[in-house]
Design a protein around this ligand. Structure first.
Ligand code: 6PG
Length: 263
């Protein structure tokens, strides 16, 4: 057969670091975003079909910004069920609403303003309220409680990872790592926490999720990924190790830059 008649080239498999869960590697961030958006669409449609809605929790940080942008302009995402989507936060900085440090400003600016998510399905963390953690917990419970037992959980959670191996606002040695059983959302402050004070979903809430994606890109994260792949770390020093879904999928999304040589 003439080589020109091949419909597409099969890209060689990139070496995958040994991380807990499934690992997706794409050399370029744009291709990695293709993989994430495809997963998101499949999950969203399946959940809407089964439960009538889709509960999505998003992280802040700089890594997911191009992904959020893409969700809005990629023609393949036109069928995304935004009207049936609830948008939650993984974590937030306890700063005033106008502060640029607010994750919600970025998430709302990129997604809410350009999709048709009904306003009552947008759930910013009430970080300035003294009992904001309990209120958010209550909001989550109420939004999910009508689902059948076992399905009352977040459907897709997008996490990032810091070079210190924190995820969400669960920092090494910080108090939120030891949140009491039954707590789904807590404030995190004091030793270990990179200021300002944060609000964060707990491991209990994260690990109950149906699907946890961890997006890590760029050479700046390569050493951290290598440390994690070498193993032998505990949750206290490497909180991302505490991400262990009970009955859900854990899928890492890495670009070539974040991948240590030799996998
Ligand atoms: C945040 C996060 C946090 C983030 C990592 C990675 O609000 O900052 O939710 O856990 O995902 O710190 O951040 P970058 O993507 O900016 O590297």
């Amino acid at each position: 057969m003439h080589p020109m008649s091949e419909p597409y080239e099969i890209a060689p498999e990139l070496p995958k670091p040994r991380l807990p869960g499934e690992v997706v590697v794409r050399e370029e961030v744009a291709d990695l975003i293709d993989a994430i958006t495809a997963d998101l669409l499949v999950q969203a449609k399946a959940c809407v079909r089964s439960f009538g809605d889709f509960h999505l929790a998003l992280s802040g940080g700089s890594t997911p910004e191009p992904l959020y942008r893409r969700l809005m302009y990629d023609p393949r995402m036109r069928g995304f069920p935004w009207k049936k989507t609830h948008l939650w936060q993984v974590d937030e900085r306890c700063v005033h609403e106008d502060d640029d440090l607010r994750n919600w400003t970025m998430i709302a600016g990129l997604l809410l303003e350009h999709s048709d998510i009904p306003p009552e399905q947008a759930h910013p963390m009430p970080v300035l309220e003294a009992d904001g953690d309990e209120r958010y917990e209550q909001e989550l419970r109420e939004a999910l409680e009508w689902r059948e037992k076992g399905h009352d959980r977040l459907d897709y959670v997008l996490l990032g990872m810091g070079t210190d191996l924190h995820t969400a606002s669960l920092f090494p040695g910080s108090m939120a790592l030891d949140a009491r059983a039954g707590r789904l959302v807590v404030f995190n402050d004091g030793p270990g926490v990179v200021p300002p004070k944060r609000m964060t979903l707990t491991f209990e809430m994260l690990n109950a999720s149906r699907f946890l994606g961890v997006m890590v890109t760029g050479e700046g994260k390569r050493e951290a990924v290598a440390r994690l792949a070498r193993g032998g770390l505990d949750t206290a020093s490497a909180p991302v190790r505490g991400v262990q879904p009970v009955g859900g999928v854990l899928r890492w999304y890495l670009d070539g830059g974040a991948c240590p040589a030799g996998g």
